[in-house]
Ligand binder design. Structure first.
Ligand code: SF4
Ligand code: SF4
Length: 696
């Protein structure tokens, strides 16, 4: 057996330039040289563009390791679409294996054979050749199958792959080039995969089916099908296909920097440098830089990394609400603009002439102000983007420029003035911040005057909004019932500045943060918690109090420690994950555990956990005018909850802003008698009753 395998392996191998004369070989190398030169020239233009950005300082071993895992598993591509992940997995690995296979031939033929002239060191033969053939063919077949699936899916015209803009009339732009680029890219890859297999089949048939070639499973099957043509016809077909395949592959290489294929290079770098925390802890303002230089190198990479997959476009609450914002289009507009300014060209057209030559016009010009103000900073785009693009910091960076130029949305301007004057967005006197304590029916300590175990950073909405105040009082009673030692900062607390910062008002954020830091430093406490998920983000990521907790986490801790006995409710409810508790703080379980502890069953909406849909309040949107929207995100969300069925009559929230937004939305959608919006804390208080209380 061993001897027969050896006998098969012994002659295994083939000539790269089978039956080609020296002129043909020389022609091939000249074309290859031209292709590589064009590739390098195109790549150099892009590289020059990236170098004009500010350094990002992102490179680290931890990120490299994560990127390797992301790429190898294609897990970021698989978000919300396992079939696309599988297809892309085969395409990715197929392409990698085929590229490695070509590199192996080049090393064996050109480096060892030609340059070093060491035939004794050549290795592309024998058992290695057989293993090589098997691996390459299996991956080729997977590569073709993956591409066929992706092509078929594209023909189904999913919403996310429709390049229509939400911010312009249909006749004011032309994006046919985008679709053409996608199709050409797909067809070229498919052509390379198929022509490679055909070439192999013709060769096997022309050379009489040597035993060792059975490892080339795909080629063997093709050769079996074409063997009827006879050896001479197969050899002619092989020679023609060889040239067609080789010239196509070299043309493809030359076109990479000028087409969608560039994402194969840029996305590797982008995934390596991406930092999801950049939305949680925003980077510092970039001073007075304008234009291309004002972006970081990572942002410039982001613009080129976009594959136009449209996932962010699909999930964006602003886009869904009819606002003139699509995160995909924002990135593509910045790409086209920076390309045009820096002379980067794409084969199908964009990049020829920038719409705005004045580099100061990026915020408010290239990206209109109403587009920038539409963002809720919900982070859904960043969560779903398969290539690690960071939309939120870029949008906030452009908002900062609008603020610097004095172009602030009117409602936002009013809020900024109130925050500057009173330290809260309601414009109420600081003395009234703790007014809710009067009706709480428990004693609330002053953490400035006596030490407490838990410092409660209440937050603006929980302190001032009459509806949210009731929940705040409920939380106080629950903590008192559990014997928790807690206190607040009374009038020393200020708005945390989380949304102020995300609205682009860096100076006001600094002022608020400084006042809060001073107040916190003057108090005596062991732990901090807050009612507001937005404030939680500021405490953890902007103020650096990493151990700060959300009130649902504290209550969950108390319930699990046996300090708070719950139960007695029955029925079905649905729960809404707030963006700043879910995607930002990655807390999905504590509120659900609390609801379950009351005896209620959570029925999930389709968009839940990291896929949750924003209420529309974040990023300062709660202060801005939303009358121009076709449907508010909160209304869309309420309709989603209503569609769960009549037996789901409670919409549970864990954020004071959600309470306000959704209480309004059940009214404006006419569901006041159908759905009750209730905070988790209110449910818990109901559940401290001992008898069974059916909800709804
Ligand atoms: S953060 Fe949210 S609202 Fe803003 S662009 Fe992304 S998905 Fe849209
Ligand atoms: S930004 Fe990311 S999610 Fe959006 S279209 Fe581009 S690649 Fe897809």
């Amino acid at each position: 057996m061993v001897t027969s395998l050896q006998a098969i392996a012994e002659p295994a191998g083939r000539e790269t330039f089978l039956n080609a004369g020296s002129d043909a070989v020389l022609t091939f190398y000249l074309i290859a040289l031209a292709a590589v030169s064009v590739f390098l020239a195109g790549f150099w233009r892009r590289f020059r563009k990236y170098r004009q950005g500010r350094p990002s300082g992102r490179l680290s071993w931890r990120r490299i390791e994560r990127a390797i895992v992301d790429l190898a598993s294609q897990r970021t591509v698989g978000k919300r679409d396992p079939m696309v992940r599988l297809a892309h997995f085969f395409v990715f690995w197929g392409f990698l294996v085929l590229t490695a296979a070509t590199a192996i031939i080049a090393i064996d033929e050109d480096v060892i054979g030609l340059l070093l002239d060491r035939p004794d060191l050549r290795f592309w033969n024998g058992a290695f050749y057989i293993g090589y053939s098997l691996v390459v063919d299996v991956f080729s077949i997977g590569f073709i199958a993956g591409l066929l699936y992706l092509g078929w899916r594209r023909r189904q015209r999913p919403f996310r792959l429709d390049y229509s803009r939400v911010d312009r009339a249909g006749d004011s732009y032309d994006r046919r080039g985008y679709g053409l680029d996608d199709r050409v890219f797909l067809v070229i890859l498919l052509f390379l995969g198929v022509s490679g297999l055909l070439l192999e089949g013709f060769r096997i048939a022309a050379t009489g089916f040597p035993d060792f070639e059975v490892a080339s499973v795909g080629g063997w099957l093709v050769g079996s099908a074409t063997s009827g043509l006879g050896p001479a016809a197969n050899e002619t077909a092989r020679a023609i296909t060889w040239w067609v395949h080789a010239v196509s592959a070299l043309t493809f290489i030359a076109c990479i920097p000028f087409s969608k294929a560039m994402h194969m290079v840029v996305d590797v770098a982008n995934l390596t440098l991406t930092d999801r925390d950049s939305a949680r802890r925003l980077p510092a303002a970039n001073g007075h830089l304008v234009g291309v230089e004002s972006f970081t190198r990572k942002e410039l990479l982001d613009f080129d990394a976009c594959t136009k997959c449209g996932r962010c476009h699909e999930v964006c609450p602003a886009r869904a609400a009819g606002a003139p914002l699509s995160p995909r289009d924002l990135i593509l507009d910045l790409r086209e603009w920076t390309d045009a300014l820096r002379g980067v060209r794409l084969w199908y057209g964009p990049g020829a002439e920038p719409r705005h030559r004045d580099e100061r016009q990026v915020a408010g010009g290239v990206i209109p102000a109403e587009t920038l103000w539409a963002c809720t900073t919900c982070m859904a785009c960043m969560e779903v983007c398969p290539v690690g693009i960071e939309h939120v910091p870029t949008i906030v960076g452009l908002r900062r420029r609008l603020v610097d130029m004095g172009e602030v949305e009117p409602g936002l301007q009013t809020a900024f003035q109130a925050l500057t004057r009173a330290g809260n967005s309601f414009g109420q006197p600081a003395k009234q911040r703790a007014r809710w304590t009067r009706g709480a029916r428990v004693t609330v300590k002053d953490a400035r005057a006596e030490p407490v175990e838990w410092l409660w950073f209440v937050g603006d909405f929980a302190s001032y909004d009459p509806r949210a105040q009731q929940v705040t009082q409920t939380v106080a009673r629950l903590l008192d019932r559990a014997g928790t030692d807690f206190g607040i900062l009374f009038e020393a607390e200020r708005n945390s500045g989380n949304d102020v910062r995300r609205a682009g008002e860096e100076g006001l954020f600094e002022l608020l943060a400084e006042q809060n830091r001073e107040a916190l430093a003057a108090a005596s406490y062991r732990n901090v918690f807050t009612t507001d998920p937005h404030t939680l983000n500021a405490l953890r990521n902007e103020y650096g109090i990493h151990e700060a907790a959300h009130y649902t986490q504290l209550l969950d801790h108390l319930v699990r420690a046996g300090e708070l006995a719950l139960g007695g409710l029955s029925g079905r409810v649905t729960y809404h994950d707030p963006c700043y508790l879910g995607r930002y703080a990655e807390e999905y379980e504590a509120p659900r555990r609390l609801i379950a502890a009351t005896g209620l069953e959570v029925i999930e909406m389709g968009r839940c956990r990291e896929n949750s849909f924003c209420c529309g309040a974040g990023g300062g949107r709660i202060w801005m005018d939303d009358s121009g929207l076709t449907e508010r995100p909160s209304e869309s969300r309420i309709r989603e909850a209503v569609a769960l069925g009549d037996d789901v009559s409670l919409f549970v929230v864990a954020c004071p802003k959600d309470l306000v937004m959704y209480t309004d939305a059940v009214k404006t959608t006419g569901n006041e008698n159908r759905l009750e919006v209730v905070d988790v804390a209110s449910l818990l208080e109901r559940a401290t009753e001992t008898e069974v209380v059916p909800v709804g």
